[in-house]
Design a protein around this ligand. Sequence first.
Ligand code: ADP
Ligand code: MG
Length: 461
Amino acid sequence: MVKSGRTAAGARAATSHTGALSGTDRATDALIRQTGVIRAQTIDDMMALLLAFSRCPLPKGRRVAVLTNAGGPAIMATDALIGHGLELAPISDRTRRRLKERLPAEASVSNPVDMIASADTESFRSCVRILLEAEETDMAIVAFVPPLMVDPMEVMRAVTEEKNRFDKPVLMVLMAEEQYYERIPREIRDCPPIYRYPETAALAAAQMANHATWVAREEGAVPEVKADRDAARAILEKESAAGEYLDPDAAFRLLQAYGFPVTPWRRVRNAEEAVAAADELGYPAVLKVGGRRIVHKSDVGGVLLDLKTPLEMEGAFGKISRAVKALGHDAETEGFLVQPMARPGREVIVGLNTDPVVGPVILFGMGGKYVEVFEDVALRVPPLTDADAREMVESIRGFPLLHGVRGDEGVALDVVHDALHRLSALITDFPQIAELDLNPFLLSPRPAECRIVDVRIRTAR
Ligand code: ADP
Ligand code: MG
């Protein structure tokens, strides 16, 4: 698929809506990947992919053999293959020996295999055969720059006959006189796909391998989520006004009804209540402004962490009240939340957005204050299968930080998977939820210590 309207400006031309669609390309990308559609960035690329998919079997793996009579194009192909996440097939000693028997001493029999310019039709034939016979290869790219003494038609016939004997994709890079690009497919009906440039062949190889992975993937199942749906319905009916943020107290209760691991909280209205709540929940404690109007609390000095005594809690109350009043809000009606200080952990975000075209989209990524800076997120369209949830967590760049690097213990990933499934169930049950952020979700190696400390939910009509 090639999709037009990737940018805000392009989207405006495509629909009568305003620029609201600017974020839609990533949601579309998530949807089409999840459904196994192969996305081409340009029409040119789409044609290149059509050629490969229509003329080749799918590869069984990602190991590519590159064979050439000219070093440059083969190295270009190699760079592009690696760039797309494919592997150069590790040529075995046996295959090396077999290639050596057929080639002059100056040739290179490691991958890419460079037969050098003296290669003739028989060299192409025997080396293609040896490489396709080898267990260590899943597909081959043959880069051919015809020298004066070699007839391109003969070489193409030989390569075609050899590739027809095997069930592995063979892609041809041909850098030849113009006439051959028409003549070969006309005269050799079952020829391999022919590309003018190595990068195009590499792209096609990569997308075939990706598609083979998708086809073979574990489909997974959507786990059943136990939740108090009646309680959730009551909260949404009573406490949500379309287009507005839910009161944080109501938002936390909604999460609780769906079994999310939220940190304990108390809503308080004055300093005495704040101190009593902290006494009950335990120190160190956190005080934050709790109204529905202040969306980014720490931006306005509305979050104070690590309060160790009742005295510090009282002081914090005064400070946040003044900050809220300075913004022109009534601190009393906004309300406050007291929480125990959660253990430091790795901060991730689990969220939900409604895309104008795709609909609800679930997001996972590295979270905390810098989420917009790193933009390290994965998107998927609900309902999520267990395979989806695992894959989405593993696909972000920061995954090694969660899995554990440099001696760090990994975090309890099951807790994240579970939260993703709960969110998937929540949006399926209550599509009026338009936007939801759990940020941060503090993750630690011990499941019982993983806690959601902040939530934001907005509903739509
Ligand atoms: P906002 O995102 O509206 O600014 P948060 O409630 O997310 O407010 O608080 C800001 C930051 O303070 C969080 O990203 C987190 O690092 C930290 N924080 C908030 N609540 C707690 C808590 N209960 N325990 C530990 N850290 C917290
Ligand atoms: Mg937050």
